[in-house]
Design a protein around this ligand. Structure first.
Ligand code: C5P
Length: 224
């Protein structure tokens, strides 16, 4: 049987990850957090002190030999090893996210990561979240979603998430960081953040997580 593919794209902080994991577990599908691959590559480059705009030879060498081992095993449990070094938690901060947005502008980096992303298609299916899952990497997906929410709401959700982790942050700064990444992701020349023509747009501003989950699973049930 051909594996089914569900793509969930959208801006930073919209809650794609939470929803994508719930949907993947509900259908017993694999889950790909494509942003974690951009973050891993960005951190590897930074650890090797490679500037992708200046150190072209070293950058190409790293792209050719890097081994990003991403695994998903239910209940949101993701592990990432880069060249056998654990990156799972090290990539989850705003500094790495910002570096990832820079790396994401580079076409060689995107091409290399696209191959890794497509290796995660598995039976019975895959839920992939990111910025260009529906427009570029999995154009053949059975169903595509694009989640949106106001920047204020996204910042508020991020603030609560950070609070739960015991990390202090403030709303105006979070709004600034999200606007910075929105601009970088929507204005870049290659694979910018835009909804696929055949994507279903879900505005989550006034919806709870379970309302978004119900909306999405209903649509999937109709089509898959
Ligand atoms: O989703 P996450 O916040 O982890 O992504 C980090 C950055 O990686 C994004 O801001 C974006 O620039 C880049 N990215 C991308 N394409 C994807 C996933 C992430 O360009 N499919």
């Amino acid at each position: 049987m051909i594996p089914k593919i569900i793509t969930i794209d959208g801006p930073s902080g919209v809650g794609k990850g939470t929803i994508a994991i719930m949907v993947a577990d509900h259908f017993g599908f694999n889950y790909l957090d494509s942003g974690s691959l951009y973050r891993s590559l960005a951190l590897a480059l930074s650890e090797e002190n490679i500037d992708i705009d200046k150190d072209l030879v070293d950058f190409k060498k790293l792209l050719a030999k890097i081994n990003i081992d991403y695994r998903y095993c239910k209940n949101g449990e993701i592990t990432i090893f880069v060249n056998n070094k654990e990156y799972t938690n090290k990539i989850r901060n705003e500094n790495v996210a910002k570096m990832a947005s820079e790396v994401a502008k580079n076409s060689s980096a995107r091409e290399m990561l696209e191959v890794i992303q497509r290796n995660h298609i598995k039976s019975p299916g895959l839920v992939a979240d990111g910025r260009d899952m529906g427009t570029k990497v999995f154009t053949e997906a059975n169903i595509k979603f694009f989640l949106t929410a106001s920047v204020e709401k996204r910042a508020e959700r991020r603030l609560n998430q950070l609070k739960d982790q015991g990390i202090s942050a403030n709303l105006p700064n979070l709004i600034k960081e999200l606007l910075f990444r929105d601009k970088a992701d929507t204005e870049r020349a290659i694979s910018p953040l835009v909804p696929a023509k055949d994507a279903l747009i879900v505005d989550t501003t006034n919806l709870s997580v379970s309302q978004v989950f119900t909306k999405i699973t209903k649509e999937v049930d109709k089509r898959i």
